[in-house]
Design a protein around this ligand. Sequence first.
Ligand SMILES: [Zn+2]
Ligand SMILES: [Zn+2]
Length: 363
Amino acid sequence: METNTCKKLNIGVFRNTKSIMKAAVLYKAHDLRLEEIDIPEITKEQVLVRVHSVGICGSDIHYYEKGRIGSFVVKEPLILGHESAGEISKVGDDVKNLKIGDRVAIEPGFACGKCLYCRKGMYNLCDNMKFYATPPVNGAFCEYVAANTGFVYKIPDAMTFEEGSLIEPLSVGIHAARLGKVSIGKTVAILGAGPVGLCVLQAVIVGGASQVIVTDIKDHLLKCAKQLGATEVINAGSYDPVKKILELTDGRGVDIAIEAVGSRVTFRQMFDVVGKGGTVVLIGAPAEDECSIKVLDILSKELTIKGLFRYVDTYPTAIKLVSSGRINLKPLISHIFNLEEIHNGFKVASEKSDNAIKVVIRI
Ligand SMILES: [Zn+2]
Ligand SMILES: [Zn+2]
């Protein structure tokens, strides 16, 4: 009896004083180590979140494989992961709207709220942005993260933490639909049916698109797109997607073409599948810094070109759309691995093997 009490007490004391956590730390390309590091300190305006689920994103894979994305280079050890959800374990003194135990999704970019772009409502372009898993800011493949209160959103009990982590790619989808000005009756082509493409698909359907054509080269992704409401899907490996899309739109092309791959090929296709007066939205970043485009198409079709960088004020909308059942993130979650199996997770996610769509790490 006495021993039991003692044990309980010890565990309690251990938990209260715990200051070390597990984290997956990237040292350089392909050098990802599981380590024990200090739990981050929080400021008065921050909360500490016990992380439950983190999605592996294309950008994480990029850092893992190349150690860099453009000018962002991993010089110091870095924790990857920016698609996260968890439970609040500590709140700063000035935090009023959140409490310990709240289940939350974390918007991973902390804008300053003061610079010109923040004041203009374009906080995704903030001059002082601190974004998880972008050097030198650590991400969420670890047990605890500090987060700024304005960027932490409660999720309903019925929403799983895995779904909560996917509010991040869904945010990209919602932002793309907004940039493309999707409305009732618009026709849309989405080039690429990875997790982001599938989120774009669901966002444009909610936005009122009457026809949504999705292309990819993987049949399992196209099957998922069809299940989630694409009117037509095209395997671009077997058919000419440009010819097919023109056929499906009476030779006119679509109102809005959205690129969600980041390849030179799909980049060119966008300008062929979009119709007169149409809009193209670029999400994917091609490996090459420069790609040629058909200038005459832009002029003669009076095209609008929109680049997308992350998102602005999408989390509340995304959470409502998922919790009301109007958007379904569950079919996107193809694999769940524990933190200890993160190497496997990265392998499956980068090779897109085993019919992978979205790989989520459970911490
Ligand atoms: Zn992401
Ligand atoms: Zn700012």
